[in-house]
Design a protein around this ligand. Structure first.
Ligand code: ADP
Ligand code: ASP
Ligand code: MG
Length: 869
């Protein structure tokens, strides 16, 4: 990079289609250009796209659409209207250009649609928008702006030997090594700020050349490289490159900093926000790039340059549609010298470039990018015919390629088990890992890819493969930007520091439960009118104070063992057995007999139970748990439906069960199935409820439908609080359709988790080969969820509350198990030291209740706080 004096440097600003289609955006363009000029003391080149949608129209015209005349007329009308919106005289500003556009239909080249004519047609969009913009910025806005024809400055580069005629004219590359006095001529332009077109260049053989769809980014990059600009800013409709297309994955994270190579990979594998050809010119010339949002100009955006410190991990997941797979089958092709050469020669002959390759003993499968010359199916037919001479060919279309991009993919494989499992449910045609270790691609049917990205993105975050905690790279979520997010409530313990420290002083590890928080959650559920009855699943936390609190709030208690039943009857004075549900799984006979004798409501979930112990159940009223065959949970180990789950009677056996029940005069009065939360997937959830109601009606005696618990809580800052309102609306809908059934829920976690924290003391802080570990006196014996489910719990240093969390630690326990880890790479104050009190959040559910004596370390203490303060 040359060391040009700052005042001599250019800043290149590129504005995409949506950024130039409205008047207020042109005001922003003017302001930004002026601001950049003032800040840098240098000069500004603005590169613009056509107004949004215009290139699509021009493309249709260039391809000879039958209604081309109407399309031209509409384009003329749209540009005239926009002139008026900008307060400009359409005739004076655009008269000539619009006449030229109309004239192209009468051009002698038009009937044959020669490629140079097509280029001319396509170029009109950018020529119009830049002309409009220059007139507005220099006119009403009074800025020192001049207009330039990009074709006087950018020249197509010599085409590669195998490039098709089409791409030689309509998808060209340009030269970006400045020749002669390029910059001096540029500098000699009288205005301080210039505006020109993206997407177009001069063709070396005369006429106009086109840079390919989305090519305005590339134009800006060429200018940036040719001028050795201080930077190239790509202004668009999102504030940067994200970890996935934000329009498809609302939880996608802004990537604040990338190196050229990762950005290149993300762009190449499908992130439309930056044209893949735009990076190399800037990289070669050492010109940094930024991606910014015209509507949100204050946001920092994505910064791409050569100095970003590499952060290992997945940075993005992208998707490309329209992938063509060509599978070539041949006997004994393995080790047959020259087979691949023969095959690839044919791809070359047809001007097709191969992207991914998979090979086996008798099969080679390759993918072709959805390049524009593939649009013509003739190419594929011709290729297939040629290939058929040497092997058996199968073309698989349409496919989608889903790619994980990031440094060190190979070393991340162990974190990708959920991702593999998700792909395992689809038909994966091909898996390919790039030799630069920057990507891992799965090719599946295009239809199967719909809706998959949000799931994969979440799995990548949950597994730690996409290290969102690395604030050097990852910024805000798209949803936060659009305001489509509800923040997590401030945890109660933040205002209880002194009390908690005093309790910790009495001994750690120690659970502390805050009853006001439990009450708050209980009341939120009680306010949902569609729910007729509520039970608390006490396995989450059977502390007597919590049980009493929830019974006072009108909850019944759901137990899964006789031990739990006895415990609730002993802990809650005056509790009637009618308030107790018993939902065991594979329990021994004695538990059923005793539960029935106590008069609690018993749920059964298999036929074999009735067959084996008919006398226990004869003449009883029972609830039946069915398995609707679909399960969902935050981890495979807590999935509660489907073939692999031990819970529930499969729907196929309901008939058989009912026959036996009738013979035993058993009345099934309640039906239970876990529906999960239903938020964001209401349709699927409603179908499940309809199915339950269908069974309930067939059984005849069912009065109650229990949809289980399963309401999530926001364990990490990445999780959004459960949308109770949306859920309540969904329930009201279920209730409207099936009003005859009493609706019952039985949450556990939702009520208890956020009300509890685990306090622990730091035993030792140890550094080993660059990893710093904070050791606690609590471990997996105290709180098992992280070790068992890889669950996330926020971890804070209570002793240094308010201190800046400026260092990363692995937080571990004292158990002799390598899985005894509460969290890796957690940010805590660097000063964290022995005897500090650590608070582990959201430990009120499945904390103490899953604690063990393992290593004979003893059980933790428990305390109750019951004040609002
Ligand atoms: P422009 O017209 O400004 O050139 P584009 O439509 O070409 O804008 O590119 C911006 C769009 O790119 C965004 O609206 C977004 O939907 C899409 N996109 C796809 N993948 C990504 C990603 N990973 N990060 C950001 N945007 C992406
Ligand atoms: N207008 C062109 C297109 O729509 C170029 C661009 O916007 O980048 O493809
Ligand atoms: Mg674009």
């Amino acid at each position: 990079m040359s060391a040009l004096p700052q005042g001599d440097r250019w800043v290149v600003l590129k504005f995409g289609g949506t950024s130039v289609s409205r008047r207020h955006r042109w005001d922003t363009i003017g302001k930004l250009a002026k601001k950049r000029a003032d800040e840098s003391g240098g000069r500004i080149l603005v590169v613009v796209s056509a107004l949004s949608g215009v290139t699509n129209e021009l493309l249709a015209i260039s391809e000879g659409a039958s209604d081309s005349a109407q399309r031209v007329a509409a384009l003329v009308g749209r540009h005239r209207d926009f002139c008026i919106e900008l307060g400009l005289d359409p005739e004076r500003v655009l008269g000539e250009r619009l006449a030229l556009l109309e004239g192209l239909l009468e051009d002698p080249r038009a009937p044959a649609r020669s490629l140079d004519w097509q280029a001319e047609v396509l170029a009109q969009g950018e020529l119009l928008s830049s002309t409009l913009g220059a007139a507005y910025l220099a006119g009403p806005r009074g800025l020192d702006f001049g207009w330039m024809d990009a074709r006087d400055w950018l020249l197509s580069a010599p085409a590669g030997e195998n490039q098709s005629a089409w791409s030689r004219r309509l998808s060209v590359n340009c030269q970006w090594q400045a020749q002669g006095d390029f910059k001096a001529r540029f500098d000699a332009q009288p205005q301080r700020m210039l505006i020109t077109q993206g997407f177009i260049a001069a063709h070396a053989e005369g006429g106009t050349a086109i840079l390919g769809r989305g090519g305005s980014d590339t134009s800006a990059a060429y200018f940036g490289a040719l001028l050795l600009a201080s930077r190239v800013e790509i202004w668009t409709d999102v504030p940067g490159m994200f970890s996935a297309n934000p329009k498809e994955v609302p939880d996608a994270r802004l990537l604040t900093r990338l190196d050229y190579y990762e950005a290149q990979e993300i762009a190449t594998t499908g992130a439309k926000v930056l044209h893949p050809r735009a990076i190399k010119p800037c990289r070669d010339a050492g010109v940094p790039m930024a991606i910014l949002d015209t509507e949100r100009p204050h946001m920092p955006g994505t910064w791409i340059d050569g100095s970003a410190a590499p952060v290992p991990g997945v940075k993005a997941i992208s998707r490309r549609n329209g992938i063509v797979l060509v599978s070539m089958e041949g006997i004994g092709m393995w080790q047959q010298v020259g087979f691949l050469a023969d095959v690839f020669a044919l791809f070359k002959k047809h001007g097709l470039s191969v992207d991914l390759i998979g090979s086996a003993e008798t099969n080679v499968t390759v993918s072709l990018d959805p390049s524009e010359n593939l649009v013509s199916t003739d190419v594929l037919n011709a290729l297939s015919a040629d290939l058929a001479q040497i092997c058996k060919v199968k073309v698989i279309v349409p496919c989608a390629a889903i790619t994980l991009v990031g440094r060190g993919m190979r070393s991340l494989l162990h974190k990708l088990s959920d991702v593999w499992a998700t792909f395992g449910k689809e038909r994966v045609h091909m898996i390919s890992q790039s030799s630069n270790d920057l990507n891992l691609t799965f090719v599946i049917d295009e239809a199967a890819a719909d809706g998959l990205l949000p799931i994969l993105h979440e799995e990548l975050i949950d597994s730690g493969a996409l290290p969102v905690a690395s604030s050097d790279v990852f910024g805000v979520r798209w949803r936060e930007i659009t305001g489509d997010i509800r923040p997590r409530p401030t945890p109660w313990w933040k205002s209880q520091r002194e009390k908690l420290l005093a309790l910790a002083w009495e001994g750690t590890p120690r659970y502390v439960y805050h009853l006001p928080t439990v009450r708050e959650r209980a009341r939120a559920l009680a306010a949902i009118s569609a729910i007729d009855r509520r039970y608390y699943a006490i396995k989450a936390n059977p502390h007597p104070a919590i049980l009493r609190t929830l019974v006072e709030e009108g909850f019944g208690l759901e137990c899964v063992s006789l031990g739990e039943i006895r415990h609730v009857l002993a802990s809650v004075p005056g509790l009637s057995p009618q308030q107790v549900l018993f939902t065991p799984s594979f329990a021994p006979r004695s538990e059923y007999t005793e539960a029935l004798a106590l008069g609690v409501t018993v749920t059964v979930d298999n036929v074999e139970l009735l067959q084996r112990w008919p006398d226990i159940f004869r003449g009883r009223q029972l609830w039946l748990r069915i398995d609707l065959g679909r399960g969902d949970g935050h981890h495979a180990k807590v999935t509660t439906g489907g073939k692999d789950s031990k819970f529930g009677l499969p729907t196929a056996r309901v008939e058989e069960f009912m026959q036996l029940a009738q013979a035993l005069e058993v009345r099934i009065v309640g039906l239970h199935a876990h529906l999960g939360s239903g938020v964001g997937n209401r349709e699927h959830w409603r179908l499940m409820y309809d199915e339950m109601a269908g069974f309930a009606r067939r059984i005849g005696s069912v009065r109650t439908i229990d949809i289980g618990g399963g309401l999530p809580i926001p364990y990490s800052a990445d999780d959004e609080p459960f949308d109770l309102e949306d859920w309540a609306e969904g329930l009201a809908e279920l209730k409207r359709v099936h009003p005859q059934f009493e609706l019952v829920i039985e949450p556990g976690r939702y009520l208890a988790a956020e009300g509890g924290v685990l306090l622990a003391s730091v035993t030792q802080v140890v550094e080993k080969e660059g990893i710093r570990r904070v050791g606690l006196d609590a471990g997996m014996h105290t709180l098992l969820r992280p070790a068992l489910y890889d669950a996330w719990h926020d971890i804070d240093n209570l002793s240094r509350q308010g201190g800046y969390a400026d260092a990363e630690f692995d937080v571990v326990g004292p158990i002799c198990e390598s899985s005894d880890i509460f969290g890796r790479g957690r940010r805590l104050p660097a000063s964290t030291a022995a005897d500090d009190v650590i608070v582990i959040s959201d430990a009120g559910a499945y904390g103490y209740s899953m604690a063990s004596h393992y290593n004979l370390r003893g059980l933790p203490a428990q305390d109750i706080l019951d004040d609002a303060g």
